[in-house]
Design a protein around this ligand. Structure first.
Ligand code: PLP
Length: 419
């Protein structure tokens, strides 16, 4: 078995040969490798090649692959049945744990993906306020529900327009550049009584990593409070990554609603939205806003998620952040020494190396980075067993499974790259 022939078979059956567009590696002008196994910080492809992973399934696996406690919890859960479609202990335990660590999530609802979480949070904000419009930031990605596809980040940003989404749907989405508080203020000044919510990645991860400027999140908080709009932090990436309590803990700003996914499922399909009791009680069956799911609160995902959150409590976040900073500083120095301008963004265990001589604070600036150079870098790093996201507009993740030796090997690979 080899990746090339599997890809040919996949192309015959799946658009682009993949089940999610980025995996096709089009943005680096390459073909995907097919993965067969993963453990700790490593992936092995179907041809037995080993990679040091910096993608970790796009974020869920902060503990690395097959953490023994998470594996054991999932196995045990499966032995009690894979799905009940009925309330179970695991969902109560996970909700209690999330609420304890992220106190703004007084109540919550489990769903099966980040997309479901953001889509439902938007519906709830609209149902709660009786308003239709909402503010979203250019280059933020909140999953693939219709309303969020306007100027979305990640692979969605590479598709021209939003085919398949009615104009009327998009017309309720008010756009602003990330970090541009004045643009948001203007939307409120013109349509304040029509705006249901502002949704934001409190530290953006889908146009590369982009940090919030000082005062940006507080400004959003103040505007939402002033105009009676709901502030939604999309913490699908940042939750339990930037700090145990996510970006809201790290930056000290409390949203009304939070969306989670990725890490809270320990590698199983999961999402979650929650926040103020007063708002959450508008959800059916207590209130009239509807949302449901066959696999919501799935016992295997709940068990893996709970085991993950428990394990993370033993982990040293500041130490991982410091190691990640040392890694990214050195990577940048290596690439600069080769004559390539590099701007590094890093927060906690997430980072992006932009091939750019200017800072990146929004999508417009991210879009100006040199993707051709990134493609050259990506191909040579992959060839040396360093697995990076196949697009320059994604962030990379370190994990508690990486060793110092893994980072040393990564640096050695970067030193060998030729432009
Ligand atoms: N929100 C953010 C910030 C994300 O990064 C993603 C996915 O990467 C989503 C929402 C959607 O999550 P999912 O892919 O689980 O639907």
């Amino acid at each position: 078995m080899d990746s090339k022939s599997l890809y040919a078979r996949a192309l015959a059956l799946m658009p682009g040969g993949v089940n999610s567009p980025l995996r096709a590696c089009k943005y680096v002008n390459a073909e995907p490798v097919f993965i067969e196994n993963a453990k700790g910080a490593y992936l092995w492809d179907v041809e037995g090649r080993k990679y040091i992973d910096y993608v970790f399934s796009w974020g869920p696996l902060l503990l690395g692959h097959q953490d023994p406690a998470v594996n054991a919890a999932a196995h045990e859960a499966v032995d009690h049945g894979s799905s009940y479609g009925a309330p179970c202990l695991g969902e109560v335990l996970l909700a209690e744990e999330i609420s304890r660590i992220i106190p703004s999530m007084e109540m919550m609802r489990m769903v099966s993906s980040g997309t479901e979480a953001t889509m439902s949070a938007l519906r709830l904000a609209r149902g709660y306020t009786g308003r239709n419009k909402f503010v979203k930031f250019i280059g933020n990605y909140h999953g693939h529900a219709d309303a969020f596809l306007a100027a979305a980040g990640s692979a969605a940003g590479t598709v021209p327009g939003t085919p398949g989404v009615p104009e009327e749907v998009i017309s309720h989405t008010l756009l602003a550049q990330y970090n541009d508080l004045d643009a948001v203020r203007k939307h409120f000044e013109t349509s304040g009584d029509e705006i249901a919510c502002v949704i934001v990645e409190p530290c953006a991860g889908n146009m590369g990593l982009v940090l919030p400027k000082e005062g940006f999140l507080q400004g959003l908080r103040d505007l939402c409070t002033q105009y009676g709009a709901v502030l939604i932090f999309d913490e699908v990436i940042t939750g339990f990554r930037l700090a145990p309590g996510g970006a809201q803990e790290r930056y000290g700003i409390t949203p009304d609603l939070t969306t989670l996914g990725k890490i809270i499922g320990g590698g199983f399909p999961v999402g979650c939205y929650g926040g103020k009791r007063e708002i959450m009680e508008h959800m059916a069956p207590v209130g009239g806003v509807f949302q449901a799911g066959t696999l919501s609160g799935n016992p295997v995902a709940m068990a893996a998620g709970l085991a993950t959150l428990k394990r993370l409590q033993e982990c040293d976040y500041p130490a991982l952040e410091a190691k990640t900073k040392a890694l990214t500083d050195e990577l940048a120095a290596i690439l600069r020494a080769k004559g390539k301008p590099v701007y590094v963004a890093q927060a906690g265990s997430a980072f992006t190396l932009y091939f750019s001589d200017a800072p990146v604070t929004n999508m417009a600036e991210s879009g100006r980075c040199d993707q051709t150079t990134f493609g050259i870098y990506w191909k040579q790093m992959m060839a040396q067993g360093i697995y990076l996201a196949p697009a320059g507009f994604e962030c990379a993740f370190t994990s508690f499974a990486h060793s110092d030796e893994d980072f040393e090997k990564t640096l050695a690979a970067a030193r060998a790259v030729e432009f």
